[in-house]
Design a protein. Structure first.
Length: 320
């Protein structure tokens, strides 16, 4: 089973393409990058669970219920009696999302002593992301769990996922936290802009013991870097409606492809396998943009007609 530690929240997605101050109507959707990712895994027929914290409120109950409906293991989602469930407002302009997140919410209050560590006995991989690094105690919790996983020889994946409004005036701290996270990660996903930002601030991914790097490039597809091999994989063309969560769909599909190949723990890939994994991730991410909301990864059975990723689809569809 693949577990993720991180935020689950309510996405209020603007119906109109306008600046947030001018938007009159929002749609409510479940969201949060790690939650989006584990839901995507379940739709691709990979067992998954979430480690998170929600408020003891209607939004928290809604989110836990929706996760269960998707088949995600929610045993490690805890409730906060002091803070409310997180919300984020999503602005769409030219099919490009931007996000307004709020502070002092339940997921930032996740403490390591609240997490039942028995999940490590079931885990095939632990995933974590950059949002929880922005505040304590969630930062220490994420990093401590990642270190615990690696001490047990469990692979880890990290989605850099920089949200600048959470780090205003603290960019030195951001760089330090990202370096700490990279030191705990076997697989790293980041956007092209995030990679450029890190390089401009003296962070070179080659300085870390990362085994696989995935760089997403929007309409230009993605690049996978493994050992001395780098492959560029073209995008899958669709008419995008809502790209919210497309990066999380990519992450889910990338991990699902490695799961189907039996490569999570033995992360050795040849160029053909790299291209196949990247193509599957690009296809799933692209298809996810054809529906509104971040929980938009297609069911594995709907991918059976795409011959170029048939080996992955057949294995995932047959897995239990």
């Amino acid at each position: 089973m693949i577990f993720a530690v991180g935020e689950v929240l309510i996405d209020f997605i603007a119906v109109e393409e306008a600046d947030l101050r001018d938007v009159k109507t929002f749609e409510k959707h479940p969201g949060g990058a790690p939650a989006n990712m584990v839901v995507g895994l379940r739709r691709l027929n990979v067992p998954s669970g979430l480690i998170s914290k929600v408020g003891r409120d209607d939004f928290g109950e809604f989110l836990v219920g929706r996760l269960r409906e998707e088949g995600v293991d929610t045993r490690y989602v805890v409730y906060d009696d002091e803070r409310n469930t997180g919300v984020v407002f999503v602005q769409l302009k030219q099919a490009e999302p931007s996000f307004l997140l709020y502070d002092q919410v339940a997921y930032f209050n996740l403490r390591v002593d609240e997490v039942d560590k028995s999940f490590l006995d079931e885990a095939d991989l632990l995933h974590f992301g950059g949002v929880l690094l922005a505040r304590e105690p969630s930062r220490s919790t994420s990093l401590e769990l990642a270190r615990m996983a690696r001490s047990r020889k469990l692979p880890t994946s990290f989605d850099v996922n920089i949200r600048p409004n959470l780090w205003r005036g603290r960019f030195d701290e951001l760089i330090r936290c990202v370096k700490d996270a990279l030191g705990c990660a076997d697989i790293v996903k980041l956007g092209r802009g995030e990679k450029r930002f890190l390089e401009e601030n003296g962070v070179d991914l080659e300085d870390f013991d990362v085994k696989l790097v995935a760089v997403t490039k929007g309409r230009e597809g993605s690049e996978l870097i493994h050992g001395g091999t780098s492959v560029s994989v073209p995008a899958y063309r669709v008419k995008a409606i809502d790209p919210t969560g497309a990066g999380d769909a990519y992450m889910a599909a990338l991990l699902a492809s490695l799961y189907s190949m039996g490569k999570l723990r033995d992360l050795t890939l040849d160029e053909r396998e790299l291209r196949l994994a990247g193509r599957f991730a690009n296809i799933v991410a692209a298809l996810s943009t054809t529906r509104r909301g971040a929980w938009s990864v297609p069911e594995i059975r709907s991918l059976t007609g795409i011959d170029e990723v048939k080996p992955i689809v057949e294995k995932l569809a047959a897995s239990r």
